[in-house]
Design a protein around this ligand. Structure first.
Ligand SMILES: C[S@@+](CC[C@H](N)C(=O)[O-])C[C@H]1O[C@@H](n2cnc3c(N)ncnc32)[C@H](O)[C@@H]1O
Length: 342
Protein backbone atom coordinates (compact mmCIF):
# COMPACT_ATOMS: atom_id res chain seq x y z
CA UNK A 1 0.00 0.00 0.00
CA UNK A 2 1.38 3.36 -0.98
CA UNK A 3 1.11 5.88 1.85
CA UNK A 4 0.68 8.84 -0.48
CA UNK A 5 -2.11 7.00 -2.22
CA UNK A 6 -3.58 6.21 1.17
CA UNK A 7 -3.65 9.92 1.91
CA UNK A 8 -5.42 10.83 -1.29
CA UNK A 9 -8.04 8.08 -1.06
CA UNK A 10 -11.60 9.07 -0.14
CA UNK A 11 -13.07 8.01 3.17
CA UNK A 12 -15.30 5.55 1.33
CA UNK A 13 -12.31 3.97 -0.43
CA UNK A 14 -10.46 3.68 2.86
CA UNK A 15 -13.43 2.03 4.48
CA UNK A 16 -13.91 -0.32 1.58
CA UNK A 17 -10.28 -1.24 1.48
CA UNK A 18 -10.47 -1.80 5.22
CA UNK A 19 -7.48 0.34 6.03
CA UNK A 20 -8.70 1.32 9.47
CA UNK A 21 -6.40 -0.20 12.02
CA UNK A 22 -7.82 -2.39 14.67
CA UNK A 23 -7.06 -5.01 17.28
CA UNK A 24 -6.27 -4.62 20.98
CA UNK A 25 -3.63 -1.96 20.45
CA UNK A 26 -5.36 -0.19 17.54
CA UNK A 27 -5.19 3.23 19.08
CA UNK A 28 -1.53 2.85 19.90
CA UNK A 29 -0.81 1.71 16.35
CA UNK A 30 -2.72 4.63 14.96
CA UNK A 31 -0.84 7.11 17.13
CA UNK A 32 2.44 5.58 16.03
CA UNK A 33 1.42 5.93 12.43
CA UNK A 34 0.34 9.53 12.80
CA UNK A 35 3.43 10.54 14.74
CA UNK A 36 5.87 8.77 12.48
CA UNK A 37 8.81 11.03 11.76
CA UNK A 38 10.81 8.77 9.48
CA UNK A 39 11.07 8.32 5.79
CA UNK A 40 7.83 7.77 3.85
CA UNK A 41 9.11 4.40 2.64
CA UNK A 42 9.28 3.31 6.26
CA UNK A 43 5.69 4.44 6.77
CA UNK A 44 4.63 2.37 3.80
CA UNK A 45 6.42 -0.65 5.27
CA UNK A 46 4.82 0.09 8.58
CA UNK A 47 1.31 0.15 7.13
CA UNK A 48 2.00 -3.02 5.20
CA UNK A 49 3.02 -4.72 8.42
CA UNK A 50 -0.02 -3.62 10.39
CA UNK A 51 -3.26 -5.60 10.78
CA UNK A 52 -5.80 -4.10 8.48
CA UNK A 53 -9.48 -4.87 9.12
CA UNK A 54 -12.76 -3.21 8.48
CA UNK A 55 -14.28 -2.55 11.85
CA UNK A 56 -13.80 0.55 13.93
CA UNK A 57 -13.00 -0.89 17.32
CA UNK A 58 -11.25 2.13 18.73
CA UNK A 59 -12.68 5.40 19.89
CA UNK A 60 -11.80 7.63 16.92
CA UNK A 61 -14.45 8.14 14.28
CA UNK A 62 -13.40 8.05 10.65
CA UNK A 63 -13.75 11.81 10.49
CA UNK A 64 -11.51 12.30 13.50
CA UNK A 65 -9.02 9.94 11.95
CA UNK A 66 -8.97 11.99 8.76
CA UNK A 67 -8.65 15.25 10.67
CA UNK A 68 -5.52 13.92 12.33
CA UNK A 69 -3.81 13.02 9.10
CA UNK A 70 -1.32 15.65 7.96
CA UNK A 71 -2.76 17.88 5.29
CA UNK A 72 -0.42 18.32 2.36
CA UNK A 73 -2.41 21.20 1.00
CA UNK A 74 -2.51 23.26 4.14
CA UNK A 75 0.60 25.23 3.22
CA UNK A 76 1.65 26.99 0.02
CA UNK A 77 5.19 26.45 -1.18
CA UNK A 78 7.30 28.82 0.99
CA UNK A 79 7.82 31.99 -1.02
CA UNK A 80 11.61 31.82 -1.14
CA UNK A 81 12.16 28.20 -2.16
CA UNK A 82 13.29 28.96 -5.72
CA UNK A 83 15.94 31.31 -4.34
CA UNK A 84 17.12 28.71 -1.78
CA UNK A 85 17.17 25.92 -4.36
CA UNK A 86 19.24 28.05 -6.73
CA UNK A 87 21.73 29.21 -4.12
CA UNK A 88 22.09 25.90 -2.23
CA UNK A 89 25.71 25.27 -3.31
CA UNK A 90 26.91 28.67 -2.07
CA UNK A 91 24.37 28.97 0.72
CA UNK A 92 26.67 28.60 3.73
CA UNK A 93 29.00 31.29 2.44
CA UNK A 94 26.11 33.49 1.37
CA UNK A 95 24.45 33.49 4.77
CA UNK A 96 27.68 34.51 6.52
CA UNK A 97 28.22 37.30 4.03
CA UNK A 98 24.65 38.51 4.47
CA UNK A 99 24.33 38.47 8.25
CA UNK A 100 27.00 39.99 10.48
CA UNK A 101 28.45 37.68 13.17
CA UNK A 102 26.46 34.71 11.82
CA UNK A 103 29.53 32.45 11.80
CA UNK A 104 30.35 33.54 15.35
CA UNK A 105 26.78 32.82 16.44
CA UNK A 106 27.01 29.32 14.88
CA UNK A 107 30.28 28.70 16.76
CA UNK A 108 28.71 29.82 20.02
CA UNK A 109 25.68 27.54 19.46
CA UNK A 110 27.92 24.58 18.56
CA UNK A 111 29.93 24.90 21.75
CA UNK A 112 26.75 25.34 23.82
CA UNK A 113 25.26 22.17 22.28
CA UNK A 114 28.50 20.25 22.76
CA UNK A 115 28.46 21.32 26.39
CA UNK A 116 24.80 20.72 27.31
CA UNK A 117 23.55 18.21 24.72
CA UNK A 118 26.46 15.78 24.41
CA UNK A 119 25.18 12.39 23.18
CA UNK A 120 21.67 13.78 22.64
CA UNK A 121 19.42 14.10 19.60
CA UNK A 122 19.01 17.47 17.83
CA UNK A 123 16.34 18.51 15.31
CA UNK A 124 17.48 21.44 13.13
CA UNK A 125 14.28 22.86 11.58
CA UNK A 126 14.96 24.59 8.24
CA UNK A 127 18.57 23.43 8.63
CA UNK A 128 19.46 24.03 4.93
CA UNK A 129 22.67 22.11 4.09
CA UNK A 130 23.11 20.78 7.65
CA UNK A 131 26.11 23.01 8.34
CA UNK A 132 25.29 23.15 12.06
CA UNK A 133 25.49 19.35 12.25
CA UNK A 134 28.90 19.29 10.54
CA UNK A 135 30.19 22.01 12.87
CA UNK A 136 28.97 19.99 15.83
CA UNK A 137 30.58 16.74 14.70
CA UNK A 138 33.90 18.33 13.77
CA UNK A 139 33.89 20.26 17.06
CA UNK A 140 33.81 16.98 19.01
CA UNK A 141 30.08 16.61 19.77
CA UNK A 142 28.63 13.12 19.41
CA UNK A 143 24.91 12.40 19.21
CA UNK A 144 22.22 12.34 16.55
CA UNK A 145 21.52 15.36 14.36
CA UNK A 146 18.50 15.57 12.01
CA UNK A 147 18.53 18.35 9.44
CA UNK A 148 14.89 18.98 8.49
CA UNK A 149 14.60 20.98 5.28
CA UNK A 150 12.18 21.03 2.36
CA UNK A 151 14.69 21.85 -0.37
CA UNK A 152 15.89 18.98 -2.61
CA UNK A 153 18.91 21.05 -3.63
CA UNK A 154 19.89 21.61 0.01
CA UNK A 155 19.59 17.84 0.46
CA UNK A 156 21.91 17.26 -2.49
CA UNK A 157 24.51 19.63 -0.98
CA UNK A 158 24.14 17.87 2.38
CA UNK A 159 24.79 14.54 0.65
CA UNK A 160 27.87 15.82 -1.18
CA UNK A 161 29.57 17.66 1.66
CA UNK A 162 28.79 15.40 4.62
CA UNK A 163 31.50 12.72 4.85
CA UNK A 164 30.27 9.12 4.84
CA UNK A 165 31.99 8.26 8.07
CA UNK A 166 29.95 10.79 10.07
CA UNK A 167 26.62 9.83 8.49
CA UNK A 168 25.67 7.64 11.43
CA UNK A 169 25.42 10.90 13.40
CA UNK A 170 24.09 13.28 10.74
CA UNK A 171 20.85 12.72 8.88
CA UNK A 172 18.80 14.75 6.38
CA UNK A 173 14.99 14.64 6.40
CA UNK A 174 13.50 16.24 3.30
CA UNK A 175 10.13 17.44 4.58
CA UNK A 176 8.21 20.60 5.38
CA UNK A 177 7.73 21.86 8.90
CA UNK A 178 4.01 22.68 9.36
CA UNK A 179 2.96 21.56 5.89
CA UNK A 180 3.98 19.95 2.65
CA UNK A 181 4.08 21.36 -0.87
CA UNK A 182 4.87 20.50 -4.47
CA UNK A 183 8.26 21.33 -5.91
CA UNK A 184 10.00 21.28 -9.31
CA UNK A 185 13.17 19.21 -9.19
CA UNK A 186 15.23 18.30 -12.26
CA UNK A 187 12.25 19.01 -14.52
CA UNK A 188 9.79 16.87 -12.57
CA UNK A 189 7.16 17.68 -10.00
CA UNK A 190 7.98 16.16 -6.65
CA UNK A 191 6.10 16.12 -3.39
CA UNK A 192 7.63 17.56 -0.21
CA UNK A 193 5.72 15.82 2.59
CA UNK A 194 4.82 17.43 5.87
CA UNK A 195 7.12 16.42 8.71
CA UNK A 196 5.31 14.31 11.27
CA UNK A 197 7.30 14.34 14.48
CA UNK A 198 7.04 12.18 17.57
CA UNK A 199 6.66 13.86 20.98
CA UNK A 200 10.03 14.43 22.63
CA UNK A 201 11.90 12.33 20.11
CA UNK A 202 14.66 14.95 20.22
CA UNK A 203 16.31 16.73 23.14
CA UNK A 204 16.73 20.06 21.40
CA UNK A 205 14.89 21.71 18.49
CA UNK A 206 16.74 24.48 16.68
CA UNK A 207 15.17 27.03 14.34
CA UNK A 208 17.63 29.42 12.73
CA UNK A 209 16.23 31.78 10.06
CA UNK A 210 13.36 29.44 9.25
CA UNK A 211 9.95 30.75 10.30
CA UNK A 212 10.42 34.10 8.57
CA UNK A 213 10.27 32.33 5.19
CA UNK A 214 6.95 30.54 5.48
CA UNK A 215 4.75 31.77 8.29
CA UNK A 216 3.31 34.87 9.88
CA UNK A 217 2.42 32.89 13.00
CA UNK A 218 4.77 32.06 15.83
CA UNK A 219 2.98 30.73 18.90
CA UNK A 220 1.70 27.52 17.27
CA UNK A 221 5.18 26.81 15.86
CA UNK A 222 6.87 27.49 19.20
CA UNK A 223 4.43 25.01 20.77
CA UNK A 224 5.14 22.44 18.08
CA UNK A 225 8.90 22.74 18.63
CA UNK A 226 8.35 22.38 22.35
CA UNK A 227 6.27 19.25 21.72
CA UNK A 228 9.02 17.75 19.58
CA UNK A 229 11.96 18.44 21.85
CA UNK A 230 11.14 20.33 25.06
CA UNK A 231 14.23 22.54 24.77
CA UNK A 232 14.32 25.07 21.94
CA UNK A 233 16.77 27.47 20.34
CA UNK A 234 15.61 30.26 18.00
CA UNK A 235 17.39 32.79 15.82
CA UNK A 236 15.34 35.05 13.59
CA UNK A 237 15.12 38.42 11.99
CA UNK A 238 12.48 40.51 13.75
CA UNK A 239 10.38 43.55 13.11
CA UNK A 240 9.82 46.38 15.53
CA UNK A 241 7.22 49.09 16.21
CA UNK A 242 9.76 51.73 15.27
CA UNK A 243 10.51 51.73 11.55
CA UNK A 244 13.35 54.26 11.70
CA UNK A 245 15.20 52.17 14.27
CA UNK A 246 14.68 49.05 12.14
CA UNK A 247 16.01 50.86 9.07
CA UNK A 248 19.00 52.15 11.04
CA UNK A 249 19.94 48.53 11.81
CA UNK A 250 19.52 47.54 8.15
CA UNK A 251 21.84 50.40 7.13
CA UNK A 252 24.45 49.38 9.71
CA UNK A 253 24.34 45.81 8.37
CA UNK A 254 24.74 46.97 4.78
CA UNK A 255 27.51 49.51 5.32
CA UNK A 256 29.56 47.68 7.96
CA UNK A 257 29.15 44.13 6.67
CA UNK A 258 27.36 43.36 3.40
CA UNK A 259 29.23 45.99 1.40
CA UNK A 260 32.45 44.02 2.05
CA UNK A 261 31.08 41.17 -0.06
CA UNK A 262 28.35 42.57 -2.32
CA UNK A 263 28.08 45.54 -4.70
CA UNK A 264 25.43 48.19 -4.12
CA UNK A 265 23.50 46.76 -7.06
CA UNK A 266 23.59 43.23 -5.61
CA UNK A 267 22.37 44.49 -2.22
CA UNK A 268 19.50 46.30 -3.94
CA UNK A 269 18.53 43.22 -6.00
CA UNK A 270 18.57 40.92 -2.97
CA UNK A 271 16.35 43.40 -1.17
CA UNK A 272 13.83 43.27 -4.02
CA UNK A 273 13.92 39.49 -4.53
CA UNK A 274 14.05 38.22 -0.95
CA UNK A 275 13.91 40.83 1.74
CA UNK A 276 10.84 42.80 0.68
CA UNK A 277 8.74 39.60 0.59
CA UNK A 278 10.15 38.48 3.89
CA UNK A 279 9.17 41.68 5.63
CA UNK A 280 5.54 40.50 5.82
CA UNK A 281 6.62 37.40 7.70
CA UNK A 282 8.83 39.07 10.30
CA UNK A 283 7.43 39.04 13.80
CA UNK A 284 7.60 41.75 16.41
CA UNK A 285 10.47 40.88 18.74
CA UNK A 286 8.72 41.82 21.99
CA UNK A 287 5.62 39.82 21.03
CA UNK A 288 7.85 36.84 20.21
CA UNK A 289 9.60 36.95 23.58
CA UNK A 290 6.21 37.22 25.32
CA UNK A 291 5.19 33.96 23.60
CA UNK A 292 8.46 32.37 24.70
CA UNK A 293 7.89 33.51 28.27
CA UNK A 294 4.39 32.06 28.22
CA UNK A 295 5.75 28.63 27.21
CA UNK A 296 9.07 28.37 29.04
CA UNK A 297 10.34 29.03 32.54
CA UNK A 298 13.76 30.12 31.28
CA UNK A 299 14.19 32.37 28.24
CA UNK A 300 17.81 33.33 27.70
CA UNK A 301 18.75 35.88 25.09
CA UNK A 302 21.86 34.71 23.24
CA UNK A 303 22.27 37.37 20.56
CA UNK A 304 21.10 40.72 19.31
CA UNK A 305 22.72 41.58 16.00
CA UNK A 306 20.80 44.53 14.59
CA UNK A 307 17.34 43.18 13.71
CA UNK A 308 18.41 39.57 14.32
CA UNK A 309 18.12 37.95 17.73
CA UNK A 310 18.59 34.50 19.24
CA UNK A 311 17.06 32.83 22.32
CA UNK A 312 17.49 29.59 24.21
CA UNK A 313 14.34 28.41 25.99
CA UNK A 314 13.82 25.58 28.44
CA UNK A 315 12.07 24.39 31.56
CA UNK A 316 15.13 22.32 32.49
CA UNK A 317 17.58 24.35 34.53
CA UNK A 318 20.40 21.84 33.96
CA UNK A 319 20.53 22.77 30.26
CA UNK A 320 21.03 26.51 30.74
CA UNK A 321 24.19 27.83 29.10
CA UNK A 322 27.06 28.44 31.51
CA UNK A 323 28.22 31.33 29.38
CA UNK A 324 26.56 33.86 27.09
CA UNK A 325 28.85 35.74 24.73
CA UNK A 326 28.60 39.50 25.51
CA UNK A 327 29.80 40.46 22.04
CA UNK A 328 26.83 38.70 20.42
CA UNK A 329 24.55 40.77 22.67
CA UNK A 330 26.25 44.12 22.32
CA UNK A 331 27.95 45.02 19.05
CA UNK A 332 28.34 47.73 16.42
CA UNK A 333 25.58 46.27 14.20
CA UNK A 334 22.87 47.16 16.69
CA UNK A 335 21.42 50.64 17.14
CA UNK A 336 21.39 52.04 20.66
CA UNK A 337 17.59 51.81 20.93
CA UNK A 338 17.54 48.20 19.73
CA UNK A 339 19.93 47.24 22.53
CA UNK A 340 17.03 47.81 24.92
CA UNK A 341 14.83 45.14 23.27
CA UNK A 342 13.97 42.08 25.33
C1 LIG B 1 17.63 30.89 5.59
S1 LIG B 1 17.60 29.21 5.37
C2 LIG B 1 17.96 28.56 6.98
C3 LIG B 1 19.40 28.68 7.40
C4 LIG B 1 19.92 27.58 8.26
N1 LIG B 1 19.07 27.29 9.39
C5 LIG B 1 21.32 27.89 8.75
O1 LIG B 1 21.51 28.01 9.96
O2 LIG B 1 22.21 28.01 7.92
C6 LIG B 1 15.93 28.77 5.21
C7 LIG B 1 15.73 27.29 4.87
O3 LIG B 1 14.39 26.94 5.22
C8 LIG B 1 13.93 25.94 4.31
N2 LIG B 1 12.47 25.98 4.46
C9 LIG B 1 11.62 27.01 4.25
N3 LIG B 1 10.40 26.70 4.66
C10 LIG B 1 10.45 25.44 5.17
C11 LIG B 1 9.51 24.56 5.80
N4 LIG B 1 8.25 24.91 6.02
N5 LIG B 1 9.95 23.35 6.19
C12 LIG B 1 11.22 22.97 6.01
N6 LIG B 1 12.15 23.75 5.43
C13 LIG B 1 11.77 24.97 5.03
C14 LIG B 1 14.51 26.37 2.99
O4 LIG B 1 14.61 25.28 2.11
C15 LIG B 1 15.88 26.93 3.41
O5 LIG B 1 16.88 25.95 3.28
Amino acid sequence: MNFLKFRTMTKEQILTAGTILSGDNAEEQLQKLLEFSGDREEIIDYIDGVNVIQSLQFSLTVNEFFDMLPDDNKMDKPFNQDFFNDIAVEFDTHVKQSIPLFGQFQSYVSSFIADKFQGKSILDICGSTGELGRQLIFGGWRGHYDCLDGSPEMRDVFNSVTPQNVREHLNFIMAGFSGGWKEEYKGEEIHIPEYIGVNNNHSLAVEVLGFQFFTKERLEHIKEMKRLAGNCLFFQKFSTQDDSQWQENEDLKNTLHKSLFFSEQEIKEKKEVVLDNMRDYLYNQNDFTSHLESEFKYVIKLAQIGNFAGYYCTNDVSTLPDYVNPYLLDNQFTSTETKKRK
